[in-house]
Design a protein around this ligand. Sequence first.
Ligand code: URA
Length: 203
Amino acid sequence: MTGTAGDASGGLEGIAGVVAGCRLCQELAETRTQTVFGVGDPNAKILFVGEAPGADEDRLGEPFVGRAGKLLNQIIEACGMRREEIYICNILKCRPPGNRNPSPEEAGNCRQFLDGQIASVQPEYIVCWGSVAAKNLLDSTETIGRMRRQFFEYGGAKVLCTYHPSYLLRNPSAKKDVWEDMQLLFADMGVTLTAAKRSDNGA
Ligand code: URA
């Protein structure tokens, strides 16, 4: 699947400024503590896309800082990388009340910002964590089970889809599938990930 990413003329800081004042989704604008834009290397080779901020992210203003984020950090470290080397963001920049799924309208409103982030960072690889990220980014109705283990294309990047860390917290047996997906990602970059080498930084 091939897609396009949006205008990045304002750079990440410019887009973040627009996001901070965004009120396109009235309910989210009224209930958020703050917007949660993105974090990490603005020139990262790998960009991660999650679903939306949760309560911890809404409080701290940074993606993936709660329980799922801690597991994500462990996955990053197991791949021999540091969180700071990756650019991390979400489909939505505001927390949906009660952590409900983003509505199609909300995802549509926020899409310009995600596309701007992708166009600005220009990653070689995008990892969609979970079905909300995968389905929205790639405009797909497939399950993660059917989308994983292969590369798609979006905005000039190769896109890999895998299970969300929150899903892994509930279903630890799926961790081996995510590890397989990470092996596929890093193999494409010419790096072999093995259990013994998980602390090497070859990326
Ligand atoms: N889950 C997500 O998808 N994103 C976050 O930032 C935190 C939890």
